[in-house]
Write a protein that binds this ligand. Structure first.
Ligand SMILES: Nc1nc2c(ncn2[C@@H]2O[C@H](COP(=O)(O)OP(=O)(O)OP(=O)(O)O)[C@@H](O)[C@H]2O)c(=O)[nH]1
Ligand SMILES: [Mg+2]
Length: 430
């Protein structure tokens, strides 16, 4: 099976910080707190675009970052939520964790999408902390950092076009200059023994990502291949699902038309339908021919229209690729859409609420450090500024509420010990 794989890093947007602010109005001497909440950070969403065939448009950048939410402001002004970053992928893309250990999503339908990295919550402004007992909080939350992770995208490839031709007509040379495939190329026959697949990134030739396609280079065919001559014709099954064939003819050989017919006869012997597949006929190696010789070849081919290229000298490749891409788009429009498969749920990462553990107890000379981990408590620690006395109080509130206090007490916590959560060192207190 052929796969296109891509590892990328995602950093979702951070939430905006909450504001600390107090109302200031004429004739109102002591206004209440009015600090607004921060905006939500942008998610990174992986979304199907049925027009795409490859992942090549995502290879230019290794790290994708969504925008941050903006900070809250006075007069309870809410910070702006950030825009989500949408990464488009072809149908059939599977999302894995970077180590490929866990599958996160299988995007099989034309409108599937998956939130791959969640943006951070906005921090609450001091206006949100007002209660009957807490009238003038001088404290606001920081915005939560966006999720950060590495993922692996995998796309199972089915070739859109197959390159066919006699041995040494230049099939592997062509695929090597138009795609990312790097097959073996040599001046002897049957250099290619198994098909090679390559992704043609049309943005490299001035096209758009949706023009990109997948090409297969197969072993050479010879007369009598259907009777087992040369490498036979079994490998033609690898291109039986292609939509279009590029028929490459070596321009330096005589009997241009006859050579063309030999290949078509072998195709027919393998599968009548494959022989009926649209073909783009290409005369290769024109760098070795004079203008006069090229004209003669065209004349010999008669009604069979051809492109004239040199794969080696990279002559006329762009025109050929745009023609392939144009024909592919037309052919795809004609093909009925695949029946809808059962919808997959849109998966969202969630935080395992209130679970924590003592990761480690570090024994120092005169005190201990309890290193606490847990998604939710770490999130709270990141969002809380403990230098602010009210922020520190809030941290103690959660330490109590989550049961961390009781747990460290059972481990003989004493005055002078530290509870460490993420990068915050909180003095233990009884
Ligand atoms: N002058 C010239 N030589 C070419 C061109 N394209 C390919 N060749 C040469 O032709 C020879 C065969 O090229 P390949 O790309 O290996 O041909 P192939 O069709 O893949 O051959 P098989 O895999 O054996 O069927 C090599 O020596 C290439 O350098 C071209 O445009 N001009
Ligand atoms: Mg080859």
């Amino acid at each position: 099976m052929f796969c296109d794989e891509l590892k990328i890093k995602l950093i979702a947007g951070k939430g905006g910080d909450g504001a600390v602010s107090f109302r200031r109005e004429k004739f109102v001497p002591r206004g209440g707190p009015d600090g607004g909440d921060g905006g939500i950070g942008g998610d990174i969403i992986i979304k199907v675009n049925p027009q795409l065939n490859t992942l090549s448009h995502l290879t230019h950048t290794k790290t994708y970052r969504a925008e941050h939410g903006t900070n809250g402001r006075f007069q309870k002004m809410h910070g702006k939520n950030a825009k989500h970053l949408i990464l488009e992928v072809p149908i059939g893309t599977i999302v894995f964790t970077a180590d490929k250990y866990q599958q996160l999503a299988d995007l099989n339908n034309s409108n599937d999408e998956f939130i791959a990295a969640k943006g951070g919550r906005g921090g609450r402004g001091n206006a949100s902390f007002v209660s009957s007992t807490y009238r003038a909080p001088r404290f606001a939350e920081n915005g939560e950092p966006g999720e950060e992770k590495e993922i692996l995208l995998e796309l199972k490839l089915v070739a859109d076009i197959g390159i066919i031709g006699l041995p040494s007509s230049g099939k592997s040379t062509l695929i090597s200059v138009i795609s990312n495939a790097r097959p073996k190329i040599a001046a002897y026959h049957f250099t290619t023994l198994i098909p090679n697949l390559g992704v043609v990134d049309m943005t490299k030739f001035g096209g758009s990502p949706s023009d990109s396609f997948i090409v297969a280079d197969i072993p050479g065919l010879i007369e009598g291949a259907h009777q087992g001559k040369g490498l036979g014709i079994q490998f033609l099954k690898h291109i039986s699902r292609t939509k279009l064939l590029v028929h490459l003819i070596d321009g330096t050989l005589d009997n241009t038309k006859k050579n063309y017919q030999i290949i078509n006869k072998e195709l027919k012997a393998f599968d009548k339908n494959l022989a009926k597949r649209p073909q783009i006929v290409v005369l290769n190696k024109i760098d070795m021919l004079t203008e006069e010789q090229i004209k003669e070849k065209i004349k010999e081919l008669g009604r069979i229209k051809s492109f004239q290229i040199s794969a080696l000298a990279k002559t006329n490749l762009k025109q050929l690729l745009f023609e392939i891409s144009k024909q592919l788009i037309k052919l795809k429009e004609k093909t009925p859409p695949a029946p809808a498969k059962k919808p997959i749920p849109v998966l969202q990462p969630h935080l395992d609420q209130e679970k924590f553990k003592i990761e480690q107890i570090i024994q120092k000379k005169d005190h201990k450090i309890f290193v606490i981990t847990g998604q939710r408590i770490e999130q709270i620690a990141t969002m809380t500024n403990i230098i602010n006395p009210e922020g520190l109080e809030r941290m103690y509130h959660y330490i109590e509420r989550f049961g961390i206090q009781r747990t460290v007490e059972r481990q003989h916590a004493q005055f002078g010990d530290i509870i460490r959560i993420k990068d915050k060192n909180i003095p233990y207190r009884q």
